[in-house]
Design a protein around this ligand. Structure first.
Ligand code: ADP
Length: 496
């Protein structure tokens, strides 16, 4: 690496691994270092991470990137951070020691507390003020649980001795050696404690859950100065922070209202920028904060699909009909039939159905159904679920998506992307760099540092392939109605 070259480093702290990405001032991704860390499952439905390991793995990949590329500290202009959202850490303000493991977004232990909030009639209040549905997914009831269940925690919290943070906050605290206790708009909007209209912590919800405001971080725009990381005598500013899905929306240059991206990972997350308009969904979408460059809120609508790439994993590891996830592309192309429907409701159904009792099913089996048909129908289910979410967005906003920007592991699948375009009746755009999450964090940091202007995100972004719709309306309607019939039949399946 040339010693006069400058870089941004993006930290991408995900659910299963910590990564550090090196991005040059032309917006080129130069290198990636990655390290997995332990998933802790103490009881069914409980999911924890060791906060110390989150920090040590993030530190390790940063060092690996520096050493491998022989970088000097003064070559790093800024750090951007993107993170798994909602995962909750509480630590002692004086010692910096966590008082309990991090409760991961997937953790379901606080479902009973959520029922209590619902019984108190808070559903509409939570939706209007935080944009969210009452669910154990978010931080609020996780903070409550830790304070209730760790010896002495409540008293310490009341005394101002504890700090709460999402993973961005925890990393920044460690990077700045306890100088900054901060978060950004996007992460704050996933706590179920932040009023996304007033842009402040919600006093009523804090009171309901007995959470002292003193333990909460201060909230700032996603593109702003979060503190300095001192490394080898150089102060490196942390200038960009955003939760993973919002970072991807930014990295895909979805800056104006109506622009949307879909990430095809384990699940699918579809976000649409709504600009300054605060829309309360009537169709099971969440309202959340998108990346901001100043104090003005930028809103987004979000649809969550629980099982997407996970259904492909099930083909591989569950019923073992494929060896690699990518085998599905060839198999789907081998089949010329369209009679099979797979509804992968393994964990209920998310947007727009929100049916936790739904379970998966395969419909339309005949004697000539084979592995290609099942693989094809499973891939198609990702696209159908995405269409369901987009329909919900259209109902809420009256905006028709012109082009769907995609990213995430499964967007590499050409069959899936073509089918997505076909079933939506809209083009699907796959970028060259599908690391849009980390790129979003890098751009936030680079823009604040003066390396780029916001327009550069779009300018530097190269489209690798555009998939155009290629079926007629009749075929599209008949495929989609077959899917909706399947969904109707799995709903409430498991309800006693
Ligand atoms: P996450 O960030 O949620 O771990 P990734 O974005 O890394 O997910 O994507 C991995 C998911 O995508 C896996 O669930 C895998 O089954 C699926 N996947 C990866 N490659 C393909 C492919 N070529 N075709 C279909 N699915 C794929």
């Amino acid at each position: 690496m040339k010693k006069d070259k400058q870089y941004i480093i993006a930290f991408d702290q995900g659910t299963t691994s910590s990564r550090a990405l090196l991005v040059d001032t032309d917006g080129q991704l130069c290198d990636i270092a990655q390290q997995e860390f332990k998933q802790i499952f103490p009881k069914p439905g409980w999911v924890e991470h060791d906060p110390a390991e989150i920090w040590s793995s993030q530190w390790a990949v940063f060092k690996k990137l520096i050493d491998k590329n022989k970088l000097n500290a003064d070559q790093i202009v800024s750090i951007g951070i993107t993170n798994q959202r909602e995962t909750t850490v509480i630590w002692d303000r004086k010692t910096g020691q966590p008082i309990y493991n991090a409760l991961v977004w997937q953790d379901k232990r606080t479902a009973p507390q959520c029922e209590v909030l619902k019984e108190k009639g808070l559903t509409d209040y939570v939706k209007e003020h935080t944009g969210l549905v009452i669910d154990s997914y978010f931080c609020a009831t996780k903070i409550h649980w830790i304070l209730e269940n760790v010896n002495g925690a409540k008293a310490k919290a009341a005394n101002g001795e504890l700090c709460f943070g999402t993973i961005d906050t925890w990393l920044i605290w460690n990077l700045t050696k306890g100088k900054s206790h901060v978060t950004d708009h996007t992460n704050a909007s996933r706590t179920m404690l932040f009023d996304i209209v007033k842009m402040d912590w919600d006093k009523k919800l804090l009171q309901e859950l007995d959470i002292p405001e003193s333990m909460l971080p201060s909230v700032q725009p996603s593109g702003s100065h979060f503190g300095d990381f001192e490394f080898e005598g150089v102060k490196i500013p942390i200038n960009g922070v955003a939760g993973d899905q919002q970072a991807a929306l930014f990295g895909q240059a979805c800056f104006s209202p109506g622009l949307a991206k879909n990430t095809y990972g384990t699940g699918c997350f579809l976000l649409m920028n709504m600009g300054s308009k605060h829309v309360v969904s009537q169709n099971g979408l969440l309202t959340t904060l998108a990346c901001s460059m100043n104090d003005q809120p930028v809103y987004a609508l979000e649809g969550s699909i629980f099982i997407a790439g996970a259904a492909i994993q099930w083909l591989r590891d569950g019923i073992k009909i494929i060896k690699h996830a990518s085998d599905t592309e060839q198999l789907a192309m081998e089949s010329d039939k369209d009679e099979v429907v797979v509804v992968p409701a393994f964990a209920g159904l998310g947007t727009p159905y929100w049916d936790m009792y739904a379970r998966g099913a395969i419909f339309g089996l005949t004697r000539d159904t084979g592995i290609p048909e099942i693989a094809k129908a499973t891939l198609q289910s990702l696209a159908f679920q995405t269409k369901d979410v987009i329909n919900a967005m259209m109902d809420d906003t009256n905006i028709k998506i012109k082009t769907l920007k995609v990213d995430g592991g499964a967007c590499a699948n050409n069959y899936l992307m073509q089918f997505q375009a076909d079933i939506l009746g809209a083009p699907v755009e796959r970028p060259e760099i599908i690391e849009t999450t980390a790129m979003g964090a890098a751009y936030l940091a680079g823009i604040v540092s003066g390396i780029w202007k916001i327009d550069d995100v779009d300018k530097n972004r190269k489209v690798e392939k555009l998939f155009k719709p290629n079926i007629d309306n009749k075929k599209r309607d008949s495929l989609y109605s077959q899917w909706t019939k399947g969904v109707q039949r799995v709903m409430n399946w498991n309800k006693k």
